[in-house]
Design a protein. Structure first.
Length: 80
């Protein structure tokens, strides 16, 4: 579980995270600090959003390449 990703996507708040564990989360905002259980419950939907964004980006890239008549292999050569 990526706490910083969950916090940055779901909470408009100030916080710091020392390490990768909930115990390292320091809540700096006046709002209520989310519990570990609340963050854990958010993780699947955050993962799904990130995956959907990756797929959308890949689809967009493929659409552009197709419009330009460039293959995936040619695109890789241009980027290397």
């Amino acid at each position: 579980m990526d706490l910083s990703l969950i916090l940055s996507r779901r909470y408009n708040a100030e916080w710091t995270l020392d390490g990768d564990d909930y115990e390292g989360l320091t809540w700096l905002s006046d709002s209520k600090k989310p519990t570990k259980a609340e963050l854990t419950a958010e993780w699947p939907s955050v993962q799904a959003e990130v995956e959907a964004e990756k797929i959308a980006k890949a689809n967009k890239r493929n659409e552009i390449l197709e419009r330009l008549g460039i293959t995936q292999e040619e695109a890789q050569l241009l980027l290397s």
